[in-house]
Write a protein that binds this ligand. Structure first.
Ligand SMILES: *[C@@H]1O[C@H](CO)[C@@H](O)[C@H](O)[C@H]1NC(C)=O
Ligand SMILES: *[C@@H]1O[C@H](CO)[C@@H](O)[C@H](O)[C@H]1NC(C)=O
Ligand SMILES: *[C@@H]1O[C@H](CO)[C@@H](O)[C@H](O)[C@H]1NC(C)=O
Ligand SMILES: *[C@@H]1O[C@H](CO)[C@@H](O)[C@H](O)[C@H]1NC(C)=O
Ligand SMILES: CC(=O)N[C@H]1CO[C@H](CO)[C@@H](O)[C@@H]1O
Length: 825
């Protein structure tokens, strides 16, 4: 009895402890203070709708293993409230579950509510239906907008409070954000911009969330809002107030990609340099944008023209696997920074400038010192003498010396392997199951090509903005009109040109039931000019224009007013320049396509008798379907859509996003070598010239059935499905590099072993255009030693030293011997 009572008492006490871990979040000019303690915050952005709930626990685990202590996300209003007061918080929109997953992993959360988010997200995250509210103007002193913003923001804050997810309630959220990068556009809104941002601050404060609010990229953020920095480098940033620490909310780890764009790549050395410099110069809170970029499923990508992959060259790749060496190189940096947390947040700071962009910073706390040696010179390695010892700091790098004597980390010396990913058929023996898929097809039925009289249509005597007609429920909108031509008509009955100004992003034009042309915007100009020959006849003529959007504008001042669809004028022009203008004709509007309405992408929809064999090639507006077997194992699954034109793909009814593999990148501007030195810009170090801008499409494992899956494609431009295949993504080779005194760790994907060592050299190996070569010296035992240690293992670790390899014969001018290895997985 007695012991039973004791047990109950401990249980109660224990649960009391669990629920009373409320944290007090404050800040001073130095750092965020959690329960009175100044802390370093190393955070990474992961957007919940860009992955699946099944992926979240592993993403959080890897983030934590990668040395983060916080996860940041935006909140996506138009995903949660697609229609007025109709909400969606299910599946990958389950914000609460996402925050709870963060909490379970023992991480903090940063909640950027916005609700304007930019984020390459459709329409910057604001629902299009707001536009149908009278007198609406976005992101300025406008009652209609402020009321809706208030309604949604309050809903989110209440939901989050309800589940006790703010830190002062015992939850993970330590910082929240209102608005987003408003400082970039405020000038364009005049005095109303200033009033609006003050209103945002007061409104946010009134929500009484118990943790600090930030406004990123907003120089004159009204107190107590904290201003923060976004950019590739933020070491020179000064907050809006002496009481605000130096916070970096968007450290761009790479860059996003649009249709037609090459693959962006920001080196591990350069990201590490930017981060180390930020902490060298007193920064204490930073967030990687993105830590995991993920996938733009469905129609969520903005832009326009943002691709379906949102990989971002982030530390975790699109599939949630480490992007090596970036992940590992930053992990090492984080562990050093965290080990110096107390000193960095409390120490007295002294700086010394050596000239030529070389500086050192010493933090001294009660006699304990840490040193940063920073060399921002793009060209020269610089040698300094510090307290009687010589140090060489490579160009564009920061060295960290936790005791001011021994360098433990340099941002330019990467000790993590480079993993080269390959996509392969899951099992060569099963090639048939994953490659030679058996396709059926049916045509998308067009009903209004030669007649617009239907009660289902909307009519107007003008050309309407596409998104206002569709409320953005579809990419597709038909604009249709008819007109009579009699013999006296000045343009009667010859070959004419149909000329359409300002349509975009894609236009398919039909005259009297006949397709006369398709055109899509390219090269960043989304206002298409369309002109094609057409035949006009006596009597009634019909024009049907199918206008297609590829993601709505998400950035810029007054971006919400960007016109979509056909802007006009629309004219017929006869060879002798006589014209007929149709701009103010009676136009009928039909939203969406039939196959969508009938949900042909869902499993058992569409009677099988309507699906045919003998698939046509290069035919526009075709639905294709097939089935495929689930690849065994755990490796990420992708569809290879090479051969297809443009459209949408569904797996078991899940919309995996728009596809456009036929959109190729430009031929120029790529190079096989990439110099990490010098400031990064988004076109630096790009790869994939002259190739499909996105060939591979992620299919999350949780979308797959146990054995067989349905795949449906809607093809809009014309393609050939015979190349389509189901592949898995795995590490194909691992290229490792480590300096004397460190160890070299190599690993394949979990479950795969290292099958061969192609190259190994202990000495001063070189990397020549991506190929490893022996340098001036080399231990002859290198290859056999590494083979012996690694082949047949999932991972291996080798100490880089003469003890392991024997003499290398290197001259003393080789300051730092190293080991380079190429392993085949
Ligand atoms: C768009 O949504 C708004 C808000 O629900 C509604 O008032 C409006 O009628 C819708 N527009 C169309 C064309 O459906
Ligand atoms: C949001 O608006 C709806 C009515 O449209 C109202 O019922 C609800 O209370 C509002 N929510 C807030 C938090 O103001
Ligand atoms: C450090 O470098 C200076 C200048 O290059 C050199 O004269 C000196 O001998 C070096 N000291 C040590 C300890 O290597
Ligand atoms: C490396 O590549 C560049 C350009 O691709 C080429 O000019 C150069 O000759 C290559 N260097 C070697 C050593 O192959
Ligand atoms: C000013 C600017 O370009 N901001 C961008 C920073 O990066 C994020 C993510 O890519 C974008 O959403 C912002 O527009």
């Amino acid at each position: 009895m007695g012991s039973y009572k004791f047990f109950v008492a401990t249980l109660i006490l224990f649960s009391f402890c669990l629920f009373s871990n409320a944290l007090e979040i404050a800040h001073d000019g130095r750092a965020l203070k959690i329960d009175g303690e100044r802390r370093l915050i190393i955070s990474g952005a992961i957007h919940y709708p860009r992955s699946t709930p099944e992926m979240w626990p592993s993403l959080m685990k890897k983030a934590k293993e990668g040395g983060l202590n916080a996860i940041e996300t935006y909140v996506f209003w138009n995903a949660h409230e697609p229609l007025y007061r109709q909400y969606d918080f299910e599946a990958n929109l389950d914000l609460i579950k996402f925050l709870q997953t963060i909490q379970k992993e023992g991480l903090y959360a940063i909640l950027r509510i916005g609700p304007y988010v930019c984020a390459e997200w459709n329409y910057g995250g604001i629902p299009v239906w707001l536009k149908s509210i009278p007198n609406m103007a976005f992101r300025t002193k406008n009652d209609a907008f402020m009321n809706q913003m208030k309604n949604f923001t309050t809903l989110i804050v209440d939901k989050v409070k309800d589940k006790k997810l703010f830190a002062n309630q015992g939850g993970p959220i330590i910082i929240a954000q209102i608005e987003n990068e408003y400082g970039n556009v405020i000038g364009k809104y005049g005095g109303d911009g200033k009033s609006y941002i003050n209103w945002c601050a007061n409104f946010a404060e009134s929500l009484d969330i118990g943790v600090p609010w930030i406004m990123c990229q907003e120089d004159d953020a009204p107190s107590p809002m904290m201003n923060t920095c976004n950019g590739y480098y933020c070491d020179q940033f000064k907050p809006n107030n002496n009481n605000v620490p130096k916070i970096w909310t968007e450290n761009w780890t790479g860059w996003y990609k649009g249709w037609g764009d090459k693959n962006p790549h920001r080196t591990a050395e350069d990201v590490a340099f930017a981060v180390a410099r930020f902490y060298q110069y007193g920064g204490t809170v930073q967030n990687y944008y993105m830590y995991h970029g993920g996938t733009n499923f469905g129609r969520v990508s903005g832009g326009p023209y943002i691709s379906t992959t949102y990989d971002y060259d982030a530390p975790l790749n699109e599939y949630g696997e480490p992007n090596q060496p970036k992940y590992g190189h930053l992990k090492e940096l984080h562990s050093h920074l965290m080990s110096m947390e107390k000193i960095l947040t409390h120490g007295d700071v002294t700086n010394k400038d050596y000239g030529r962009m070389m500086s050192h910073t010493i933090y001294n706390y009660n006699g304990q010192r840490v040193c940063f040696f920073g060399n921002a010179n793009e060209h020269d390695d610089i040698a300094i003498n510090f307290e009687g010892k010589n140090y060489t700091v490579p160009a564009w790098s920061v060295s960290i010396l936790p005791d001011c004597k021994t360098e433990v980390y340099n941002t330019a010396r990467v000790n993590t392997q480079t993993s080269v990913l390959v996509r392969k058929l899951p099992d060569e023996a099963q090639e048939k199951l994953h490659f030679n898929l058996e396709w059926k097809w049916r045509i998308e039925k067009f009903e209004h090509l030669t007649g617009t009289h239907s009660s289902h249509l909307t009519y107007a005597n003008q050309l309407l903005d596409q998104k206002l007609v569709t409320n953005d429920t579809s990419d597709y909108l038909w604009y249709m009109t008819s007109f009579e031509i009699d013999e006296d008509d000045p343009i009667c009955c010859e070959d004419v040109n149909l000329q359409i100004q300002n349509s975009g992003h894609i236009l398919h034009a039909y005259v009297n039931g006949k397709h006369i042309g398709t055109k899509y915007a390219q090269g960043g100009d989304y206002k298409l000019f369309f002109e094609r020959a057409a035949k006009i006849k006596k009597g009634t003529n019909h024009i049907a224009l199918l206008s297609v959007t590829v993601g709505l504008q998400n950035y810029g001042d007054h971006y919400d007013n960007t016109h979509n669809g056909i802007g006009g004028p629309v004219k017929l022009i006869a060879p002798n320049s006589r014209e007929k203008e149709l701009t103010n004709n009676k136009w009928g509007y039909k939203v969406g396509l039939n196959g969508w309405e009938r949900k042909l992408f869902e499993d058992n929809n569409g009677k099988s008798r309507n699906w045919h064999h003998n698939v046509p090639l290069n035919k526009k507006f075709v639905w294709y379907k097939t089935t495929f077997k689930t690849p065994s194992g755990e490796e990420p699954v992708v569809l290879d859509l090479w051969g297809m034109g443009k459209g949408t793909a569904w797996v078991n009814g899940h919309d995996i996003g728009r596809y456009w593999p036929s959109y190729l990148t430009g031929n120029n501007g790529c190079s096989s070598s990439c110099d990490y030195r010098g400031a990064y810009y988004s076109s630096k170090c790009t790869t994939g010239c002259g190739q499909s801008s996105q060939r591979w499409y992620h299919v999350p494992r949780s979308y797959l059935n146990k054995e067989e899956n349905n795949l449906v494609l809607f093809e809009e431009l014309g393609g050939n499905p015979s190349n389509v295949g189901v592949h898995t993504v795995t590490v194909g080779k691992a290229i490792g590099h480590a300096y004397e005194g460190k160890s070299l760790n190599l690993a394949c994907n979990v479950g795969r072993v290292i099958s061969d060592i192609k190259f190994a050299s202990y000495g001063d190996p070189r990397n020549v255009n991506g190929t490893l070569r022996k340098g001036s010296c080399h231990s002859p035992k290198s290859l056999s030693m590494v083979k012996h240690t690694c082949i047949g293992k999932e991972s291996c670790s080798i100490d880089v030293s003469e003890q392991t390899f024997g003499p290398s014969g290197c001259r003393s001018s080789v300051k730092r011997k190293r080991l380079a290895v190429e392993a085949v997985c």
